[in-house]
Design a protein. Structure first.
Length: 290
């Protein structure tokens, strides 16, 4: 005999396997799905089957269980549901409450959190990106750079490289429409710096002989340690790999070094910049992605 926890875990496994028929067998024939508290999403096997099938076809979702509470026949899951949109990956956090009767889910209620979505940046985003970059550059440097160093980088180095936008290799992460992170990769020679900091020439790299670039990662200081940079980095690595690159290099600021090291990048060179006459240390890092 299956316990309520086993029933709910079986539906989570079937969901991640995109097995519509298995899911429908786990739900009672007259089960209801609701947006909490009482907005009906689907009622009965046919409607639940249609809802799951449409969801799987549209976004290839995968549910990550963050926490589970069990009380009697009720199982409450806190989940992060990852999906693949038209332009890139995203996720939504939700709370799902399942009522289990006779080894079936009798009813399910969902509380949906904010939608986090990655998309390709456009020229129309430049002003928003510049503001985000300035907030990040100043807000996330504490403990790594002095105020003078952070201000010098933000004024003279950080900013948008519009060549990346033109190449469609720069991305923005939004939560319910608000920009909270940005980053990209590049098939060009420039290692770091915005339009204001780079030279006139930015030739394309040969992916068979040269590493691509990871460029300009910034996270809003109000949203730290939420996996946003990881979401961006994985997307960029996948895109660079698809473009034929077998390795990536980047110029990491000191706040970024621990993140990139944890993601598999090795420091190959320490160097310094002097934006506005202020000496600032950075690290050149590299990772094989083939």
């Amino acid at each position: 005999m299956m316990t309520p926890v086993q029933v709910v875990q079986a539906q989570l496994d079937a969901y991640n396997a995109h097995d519509v028929e298995a899911l429908c067998r786990i739900y009672a024939s007259d089960a209801g799905q609701y947006q909490h508290p009482d907005t009906l999403l689907a009622a009965g096997s046919a409607a639940i089957r249609e809802r799951f099938a449409a969801r799987f076809a549209a976004a290839s979702p995968r549910a990550e269980l963050l926490h589970r509470i069990v009380t009697g026949r009720t199982v409450i899951d806190h989940e992060k549901v990852h999906s693949l949109g038209a332009e890139g990956p995203g996720y939504v956090e939700l709370v799902a409450m399942y009522e289990v009767k006779e080894e079936r889910i009798a009813n399910a209620w969902f509380i949906f959190g904010a939608k986090t979505q990655l998309r390709t940046a456009t020229v129309a985003d430049v002003a928003t990106l510049e503001a985000l970059i300035a907030r990040s550059g100043l807000g996330l440097s504490q403990g790594f750079y002095t105020e003078e160093q952070a201000a010098a980088l933000t004024e003279h180095v950080y900013g948008v490289d519009t060549q990346l936008i033109e190449d469609r290799t720069y991305f923005i992460v939004e939560r319910d429409g608000a920009a909270i992170a940005a980053g990209g990769w590049s098939k060009r020679a420039t290692l770091c710096g915005a339009d204001k900091a780079k030279g006139p020439d930015d030739p394309e790299l040969d992916p068979a002989l040269q590493p691509g670039r990871i460029r300009a990662f910034f996270v809003d200081p109000g949203h730290p340690r939420q996996g946003l940079a990881t979401l961006l980095l994985r997307h960029c690595e996948d895109a660079a790999r698809a473009a034929g690159f077998s390795a990536l290099e980047l110029a990491a600021t000191m706040p970024g070094v621990p993140f990139y090291r944890a993601a598999g990048y090795d420091s190959i060179e320490r160097f310094k910049m002097t934006p506005g006459g202020v000496e600032v240390p950075l690290a050149r890092m590299r990772k094989t992605i083939a």
